[in-house]
Every structure is written in structure tokens, then in C-alpha cells.
Design a protein around this ligand. Structure first.
Ligand code: PLP
Length: 285
């Protein structure tokens, strides 16, 4: 089946979908994005993703490209046209097309909007969750505004590739104090030996993941002890469990960090239970 992309008002075969060479996303990474999970053909937590998109756009002074209702229609239509049952929908908004100059273009320059959607290999994802994954740690060499979901992802790309080169699935960034910030495309969590779930506070140094926000509610509903604070790499090595969260992976147990087994080297019971219960707490549209 031919995949369809939405580009600035048109649904096009993906192979013919193009953006202008002077799009500021292409030239400067001057744009933001969102990735929502699609489950059973429905978009998960769209409202929260749209609220974060609004915030990212506001921080960069890019206008919201159309009404939120119209954007919701485009997201669902792209999911429908690509027959996505279980997968993701990707949305990117850039500052638009203008003659190359670092400063903002003239007011009225129309933001560019691209939406794509695709199925994910659910069997492979379930296997990864059942087996657990390996992560490596790398120095966090990103800019300070990682709270903005910017398409400027070069350090994340290099970190993910370093993980792949070492046979791992994800890289956890580590700040100058030796504390884990987040993954290259996910938030990072541990469970301490006394059963407390720990993840870094979202005030500085990380993206406020939507999956993270929803999972905080799941954790409370399960009556688990929770601490939003930074944790060191050493603490992660000694943890009972570790896991990561993202819209495309939900909750994924981590069983090795820098080639050392976490806990008994198998997915932990808390991570597994949280993964199982997540979608009961999420919103579906
Ligand atoms: N942190 C980073 C750097 C990410 O790129 C992502 C997702 O892409 C996340 C965290 C998780 O965010 P969400 O749960 O909204 O997918």
C-alpha cells in the first residue's frame, strides 16, 4: 500500500511529498515536532501532545499553523489514509520558507506542516518488552532548551548511533554531575531496592514526556512510592529495575546499563505492571 504524507494542505504519495529547499526546518532545524502513539486506529493522548506542541511553538515564536480542531482532523486523516492500526503519527511544524537568513523571516511567513503515519512492528515491540533492552550512557552535550521538542536532534542522533554501535537500544545522557538526564528519544526511570520509582524532575534538563506525565498518574494509582529527582549512573547500576518511556515504546524495561545487568538481569515486575496498565489511564481520540 502506498504511504501518504500530508504537506502544507495536500495529501500526497510519500515518494512525491517534498519540502522547499529554503524551508527553515531544512536550513536551520527551525521547527518542532510531536510523535503520538496510534493504538487500534486511535490517537493516544492527542490533547496533551497538542498542548506541548503549543508550548514548543510559543517558545520559538512560531504561530500555531491552523486551528487545533483542523490539525486534529489532519492527524486522524493521515492515520486513516495510511491504514495505521498500531503505530505512530508524526507531526512537524517549521517556521516556513524564506530566503536564507538566520534572523526570523517577515511576519506572515506561513509555518510549514508535515504529517506522516506508519504502523509499527507490534510483535517486535512486545518481544523487546518481554526481553528488556540494553542502554549505554553518554555525556549530555545538548543545548539548555531540551524542554522544547525541537527538530534539532543531532546530539540525539549521535547518541542513538553510539548505542547501536555497542549493541544497545538506547543511550542515556549524563550531565556534568554524573546524573542521568534522559534518553536520546525517551525518558529514563529506575526503581530503587526499596521499591521507589525515580525519574528526573521535568523542570530542567529533560523533555516533559507525555508518556512520563501519564505514567506518573499510573504510578500514583498503583500506590507506588515516587520521587521526581535526578539519579546518578551509579545509582542506576545498583537499581532493582530500570525502564524508559516514550510515545512509541510506552514502558520498556531496561535490563543492562553499560553492559552491567540491572537487578537480576530480567525485566522488573513494576515496569511490566506499569506497561500493562498504561493505556487504561491514557486518553483516546
Ligand atoms: N525525551 C526525548 C529527548 C524524546 O525525544 C522523547 C520522545 O521522543 C521523550 C523524552 C519521550 O517523550 P514522549 O513520552 O512525549 O514521547
Amino acid at each position: 500500500m502506498a504511504r501518504i504524507a500530508y504537506v502544507n494542505g495536500l495529501y500526497m504519495p510519500r515518494g512525491e511529498a517534498m519540502v522547499h529547499v529554503e524551508d527553515r526546518g531544512y536550513q536551520f532545524s527551525d521547527g518542532v515536532y510531536e510523535v503520538c502513539e496510534v493504538k487500534d486506529g486511535r490517537i493516544v493522548d492527542q490533547r496533551r501532545h497538542m498542548a506541548r506542541l503549543q508550548r514548543s511553538l510559543d517558545e520559538l515564536r512560531i504561530a500555531f499553523p491552523m486551528s487545533p480542531a483542523a490539525l486534529g482532523v489532519v492527524l486522524h486523516e493521515t492515520v486513516r489514509r495510511n491504514r495505521v492500526h498500531d503505530g505512530i503519527v508524526y507531526l512537524q511544524v517549521t517556521r516556513g520558507v524564506a530566503r536564507r537568513d538566520h534572523a526570523f523571516p517577515l511576519p506572515g511567513t506561513r509555518p510549514s506542516v508535515v504529517v506522516t503515519a506508519r504502523n509499527l512492528d507490534t510483535a517486535a515491540n512486545e518481544k523487546a518488552a518481554a526481553d528488556g533492552i540494553a542502554v549505554i550512557t553518554v555525556p549530555d552535550n545538548r543545548w539548555e532548551r531540551v524542554d522544547i521538542k525541537s527538530i534539532s536532534l543531532l546530539p540525539n542522533v549521535l547518541a542513538k548511533q553510539a548505542a547501536r554501535d555497542q549493541g544497545a537500544k538506547e543511550a542515556w545522557f549524563v550531565d556534568r554531575d554524573g546524573k542521568v538526564t534522559e534518553g536520546s528519544s525517551s525518558n529514563a526511570w529506575i526503581v530503587t531496592m526499596d521499591g521507589t520509582v525515580v525519574t528526573r524532575a521535568a523542570d530542567k534538563g529533560i523533555l516533559r514526556g507525555i508518556t512520563r506525565s501519564v505514567l506518573l498518574e499510573v504510578i500514583k494509582a498503583h500506590g507506588l512510592a515516587l520521587e521526581e529527582r535526578a539519579f546518578t549512573v551509579e545509582e542506576a547500576y545498583r537499581a532493582r529495575e530500570a525502564f524508559l518511556t516514550s510515545a512509541s515504546q510506552i514502558v520498556l524495561p531496561v535490563v543492562r546499563i553499560d553492559a552491567r545487568p540491572v537487578g537480576n538481569g530480567a525485566p522488573g515486575s513494576i515496569a511490566t505492571a506499569l506497561r500493562k496498565d498504561f493505556h487504561r489511564h491514557a486518553e483516546w481520540t
